[in-house]
Design a binder for this molecule. Structure first.
Ligand code: PSV
Ligand code: MN
Length: 385
């Protein structure tokens, strides 16, 4: 039990700056009270999530949504607020030039512009001390024959190689795949295999990131996790949950059992060891729920799944597996999943000097009332800002 607590105490879940701004669906972005007006206020909100959970010490930035004049100053502000800067997320999907693609665009000019943005993101890593660049490309085609699928892979490889060369010591990039949307016929990085092949060719500073909302329904995500971890290519997660497509709902809300199965493979593969370098990031948009409590709940959901995964009796499981005891092995697995870990986590938080229930502690803190009163006027942050 002590060992489990030690692992849980060291767990580190990264929240995304964009979760604190307004967001919505393609139909409507809803404005909420107290929402940050700039990246500084987003970091202040993220610091609240860390203050109440104790395990969310870093925040991912999204460029240009979090563009500032002085990134070193932003990093200093984060540190003062009690958090650090995590992954830098590039954005080559919100410019008219990118209608037909970014790094795979048929035009060399557009490809140059996109790659330059990725290089600028590495400059921002240098300035903020971030060690991780996250690359997601909305690139793809909608119609058969629209562009040459193979040539687009060549262009992608060329851009990735240039960014890879630019990475400094201790820096890496994570390549994110997504089956579809916004492209509907052929996405240029549609699956883990494509991402893995590009990363494997480049070397150890290129790894794959698994966004749990980016697969076809029914995909066995834990298999992908086990495989990538075994190959040393699992760079991290973008956690969220989904009922249909890339719903970006709170992680662990739609399918807590899937989250447990994923976390079991992480534990099994040594992915919680800090040396494994697996980044546990959230990538969600809280459209109808309040922002900060939505993040607190999500962090707690990952923590609960992790605790259950750590409770799996690995010796009993191995013995049952070796004997071909199908039902026995499954029972060991399910026993862990069906354990109520909330008392254990409440105890852990108290040992860490925190309130046992982060949700009620935040509600009672008065922070929401404070930001709702203070943050009036100005332009609320949201998609594209
Ligand atoms: C794309 O759907 C994605 O998952 C990428 O990580 C983007 O950067 C992010 O969403 C924006 O929320
Ligand atoms: Mn993502």
């Amino acid at each position: 039990m002590t060992d489990i607590k030690a692992v849980l105490r060291a767990q580190h879940i990264e929240t995304p700056s964009w979760a604190y701004g307004n967001s919505g669906t393609r139909f409507k972005v809803f404005a909420q009270k107290g929402v940050p007006r700039d990246p500084y206020e987003k970091l202040a909100d993220a610091a609240q999530v860390h203050a109440h959970t104790g395990i969310a010490p870093t925040v991912a930035l999204h460029i240009p949504w979090d563009k500032v004049d002085d990134y070193a100053d932003l990093a200093r502000h984060a540190q003062e607020a009690g958090v650090g800067i995590g992954a830098i997320n590039s954005n080559v999907f919100q410019d008219d030039d990118y209608m037909l693609g970014s790094v795979t665009h048929p035009s060399a000019r557009v490809r140059r512009k996109a790659t330059d943005h990725l290089l600028e993101c590495v400059d921002i890593m240098d300035a903020t001390g971030s060690d991780t660049l996250k690359l997601w490309f909305s690139d793809g085609i909608n119609y058969p024959g629209q562009d040459d699928i193979r040539a687009r892979q060549d262009r992608l490889a060329e851009a990735l190689a240039e960014v890879y060369e630019r990475l400094g010591d201790g820096q890496r990039f994570l390549l994110e795949y997504k089956l579809f949307e916004p492209a509907f016929y052929a996405t240029d990085v549609p699956d883990w295999g494509t991402a893995y092949a590009h990363c494997a060719k480049l070397g150890p500073k290129a790894q794959v990131v698994v966004d749990t909302g980016h697969h076809a329904p029914g995909t066995n995500i834990e298999f992908i996790v086990a495989f990538l971890l075994r190959e040393g290519k699992l760079g991290g997660f973008d956690f969220n949950s989904r009922f249909y497509a890339d719903d970006d709902l709170m992680v662990g809300a739609a399918d807590p059992f899937q989250l447990f199965r994923i976390m079991y493979e992480v534990v099994r593969g040594g992915g919680l060891d800090p040396e494994a370098g697996v980044a546990f990031m959230l990538d969600q948009c809280h459209n109808i729920e309040p922002k900060i409590p939505g993040q607190i709940r999500s962090v707690m959901n990952v923590q609960e799944a992790t605790a259950k995964a750590l409770l799996v009796d690995r010796d009993a499981l191995s013995a049952a597996q070796a004997e071909g005891d199908v039902l026995g092995a499954n029972a060991v697995f399910m026993d862990a999943y069906n354990t109520d870990v909330r008392p254990l986590l409440a105890e852990l938080r108290e040992e860490m000097g925190l309130a046992p229930d982060p949700m009620s502690a935040y509600a009672k803190s008065g922070h929401f009332e404070k930001i709702a009163a203070e943050r009036v006027g100005g332009q609320q942050a949201g998609w594209g800002a």
